[in-house]
Design a protein around this ligand. Structure first.
Ligand SMILES: [Zn+2]
Length: 428
């Protein structure tokens, strides 16, 4: 999209973080036809393109939008629902938390779910998020996505064990696939987790994903309870979750191995699929994820809240496993801001990744996870003009910039969010 005067536009800020290159002071983007044409200092670009219109964001930092590669936006009103259900306190144990979530979620109407999803879409934009990997269960709420400028993927969730029920769910999803969920959103599929799908259902779901060429996003290797259940069918998942749900079905297990082995060795997960959490893995499974070509989506605040442990971030980076960040839902996390998630991650994984790596994981890493990296996640010629502009209470010098931004969390104020050349913040 050209600007109304038909001229290229120079977007200037005190700092520009291309992510794919070191930060620039007094940096600028030259945009024409909706695409980034050049990235350089403002002085160089202004001298080379004297006819360009200038939009100057002043004492701010300009960088790619955040990417929330794993979230459940339909649960954005969860705290209100839990309070109204007289269940305000979230359990800090993984299986007790699942039971709590199921109890609260059961009483929620389709209208409430729609409003909650719409609110989550708006909150994401306000937090500087330009793309999401959103898990979607309430298929009737799909129209909530249609007015959102967010990019990314909506992963329709499947769980259960009865082949006829799972086939019915997949048929309903197949019908939705006829239309994009939103103007800049595509479909994906979310087999919920290894412990909520029977072996037969797992076969059905992954065969469907392959047939429909859908990227998969699965909660995988999240807790020790999951590993214990897959190995010998015992523990809190069997005793509490299966009892409550009245389930009694065989899961996709490989005795003696963890969930990553069970899902990669059997050829379930394919190149480009998302393994969400990836906490309970051993070195061989890290290699297996790398060989398979999966991206691990870290959700550290959720992992801390549910006491499931820490993902081996340094080992993933050393092995070359691509990483992204997700907030998970507001049922286990306090905000939908990847700025907050990154600030928490920097503290929670001391010495495992530096500020530059976290900034890349939060932007380009997420864009790669959702297949958007040629258009978003880095400020480089050929990408869409998609970026955020942020201010801090006090801007640091360029040598401290990445560290201060990485740790900034709620101190980072998103003043503008451009997606495909359009400023999407006003009026949302
Ligand atoms: Zn999740």
């Amino acid at each position: 999209m050209k600007n109304p005067m038909g001229k290229p536009i120079l977007y200037r800020a005190r700092f520009l973080l291309p992510i794919s290159a070191p930060p620039l002071e007094n940096g600028a983007l030259l945009v024409d036809g909706g695409q980034i044409i050049a990235v350089d200092t403002f002085n160089n670009l202004a001298a080379a393109h004297p006819g360009a219109a200038v939009i100057d964001f002043g004492d701010t930092a300009l960088l790619p939008p955040m990417v929330n590669a794993h979230t459940h936006l339909e649960l954005s009103a969860f705290a209100d629902w839990a309070a109204k259900a007289a269940e305000p306190a979230a359990p800090q144990d993984f299986v007790d938390w699942i039971l709590w979530l199921v109890r609260v979620r059961r009483s929620i109407s389709a209208e409430q779910l729609y409003e909650s999803l719409a609110a989550g879409l708006r909150s994401s934009l306000l937090a500087g998020t330009g793309a999401v990997g959103d898990i979607f269960t309430g298929l009737g709420s799909v129209s909530a996505y249609q007015h959102s400028p967010l990019h990314g993927r909506v992963f329709a969730e499947v769980l259960g064990h009865e082949p006829a029920v799972v086939a019915g769910r997949l048929a309903a999803i197949a019908k939705l696939l006829e239309h994009h969920p939103g103007p800049s959103l595509d479909w994906g599929l979310s087999p919920h987790a290894p412990y909520t799908l029977s072996s037969a259902a797992t076969d059905q779901v992954f065969a469907f994903a392959e047939r429909q060429s859908l990227q998969c996003s699965i909660h995988l290797a999240e807790s020790a309870d999951e590993t214990a259940f897959l190995q010998n069918g015992s523990g809190a998942i069997a005793e509490k979750l299966y009892t409550m749900a009245k389930w009694n079905f065989a899961v996709d297990s490989v005795p003696g191995c963890g969930p990553v082995t069970a899902f990669c060795k059997k050829g379930r997960l394919r190149h480009g699929d998302l393994a969400v959490h990836g906490v309970q893995v051993d070195p061989a499974e890290i290699d297996l994820l790398k060989q398979t070509g999966c991206i691990v989506v870290l959700c550290p605040r959720s992992n801390a809240a549910l006491n499931v442990g820490k993902a081996p971030v340094a080992a993933y980076l050393k092995a070359g496993v691509p990483l992204a960040l997700g907030t998970d839902s507001l049922a286990s996390s306090s905000s939908l801001s990847i700025w907050d998630e990154m600030a928490f991650a920097g503290h929670w994984f001391p010495g495992e990744a530096g500020p530059r790596e976290w900034l890349e994981i939060a932007t380009l890493g997420g864009a790669r996870a959702l297949g958007l990296h040629k258009r978003m996640g880095q400020l480089t010629p050929g990408c869409d003009a998609s970026f955020q502009v942020v201010a801090l209470p006090e801007m640091p010098g360029i040598n401290q910039l990445e560290e201060i931004l990485c740790a900034g969390g709620a101190d980072v104020r998103v003043t503008h969010l451009y997606l495909a050349s359009r400023n999407v913040l006003p009026g949302i």
